[in-house]
Design a protein around this ligand. Structure first.
Ligand code: UDP
Ligand code: MG
Length: 317
């Protein structure tokens, strides 16, 4: 692996874009003035994550209008938000990096607050949403998942779902260098941070369109988060399996004793089936969990290319 290059601008803003044509014009109109007002050198890296709407055309136009501060990475297909961020991380030129959603749920006006915390000596600043504007279900599901994560990993985040975050270049280089595929970037960053902090940020409703996260994708993401950062699920399962094995062994002893001293009984047949089904289901859960870890090992072994860049729009330096 080559040595990470030295920063050539003060700030890189990283934005994954998937079918955000209805949001991009307003995003440009709000983001660039905030960055211009910082009085520091910056770049904005958009990753077009295989959008099927006019997003790419809008990004092209923005690159043409602001070539010195706008870079566009164009994926050939949809690889997911975290891959989109990863591709930008691999190319950042900034000393500090800020990630942001394209749908204006994270107000760009909050960026200076993150940078102020960085200037105060923190190497990782996580945002947490002060007044979350998501569906009731999303908000509560995410609280539950937060709780599970707190218990099973050593990652402490008020709001894992908030992508408005600032990272020092060292942390971004460490994330890139770790070669992690299929990972949850805010959590990974936390494991590399020396002096992390959090700031409250405003949260707005999605400006246009609907969330790209279906229930299925949310479940996948959170499964990633828990299996990716701890072996607790596996260990819990093993403990549970041991306890249930001991329990069923006792049951066998009891049943054997009854068979010897009372004689044959068939009234217990359904109980037995019930127990059997229970044990089988425990086994299946276990196999699934093991499969998850094996799958991860397999992914690492394959070291496949994680995404394909169709085109890079940027001014060479
Ligand atoms: N996104 C992406 N690829 C995807 C899904 C989402 O690049 O496959 C981007 C999307 O354009 C947005 C951000 O990731 O900038 C967050 O997505 P979304 O708003 O759908 O998620 P939510 O806010 O509901 O968590
Ligand atoms: Mg959103």
């Amino acid at each position: 692996m080559s040595e990470p290059a030295a920063p050539t601008v003060d700030l890189s803003v990283v934005i994954p874009v998937y079918n955000e044509a209805a949001n991009l014009p307003l995003l440009f109109a709000r983001l660039y003035p905030v960055l211009d007002a910082l009085g520091r050198s910056y770049e904005v890296i958009f990753t077009n994550d295989g959008s099927a709407d006019g997003s790419l055309a809008l990004l092209r136009a923005q690159h043409a209008a602001r070539p010195d501060t706008t870079r566009v990475i164009d994926f050939n297909a949809n690889y997911g938000q975290h891959m989109a961020i990863m591709a930008a991380f691999e190319r950042v030129r900034g000393a500090a990096i800020v990630t942001l959603d394209a749908d204006l749920q994270n107000p760009p006006e909050e960026i200076p607050a993150l940078l102020a915390a960085m200037a105060a000596g923190h190497d990782y600043v996580g945002g947490y949403r002060l007044d979350r504007q998501d569906s009731f279900f999303r908000t509560w599901a995410s609280r539950l998942i937060n709780l599970v994560r707190e218990r099973t990993t050593n990652i402490r985040m008020t709001d894992q779902g908030c992508m408005l975050r600032a990272y020092s270049r060292a942390i971004v280089d460490a994330i890139v260098g770790s070669g992690a595929a299929n990972t949850f970037i805010p959590a990974l960053a936390y494991t590399f941070a020396a002096k992390p902090t959090e700031v409250g940020v405003k949260h707005e409703e999605r400006h246009a369109g609907v969330s790209n996260y279906s229930l299925y994708r949310l479940i996948r993401l959170n499964f990633d988060l828990i299996t990716g950062f701890s072996l607790a699920p596996l260990q819990l399962f093993t403990m549970f399996a041991l306890a249930s094995a001991a329990g069923s062994f006792l049951l066998v002893l009891v049943l054997a004793a009854r068979r010897i001293f009372i004689g044959p009984e068939e009234g217990g047949l359904f109980t037995l089936f019930g127990i059997l089904f229970f044990l089988i289901s425990v086994t299946m859960v276990g196999i699934g969990l093991i499969g998850e870890y094996v799958g991860r090992a397999y992914q690492v072994l394959r070291a496949r290319q994680r995404y394909h860049v169709r085109e890079l729009l940027e001014v060479k330096r």
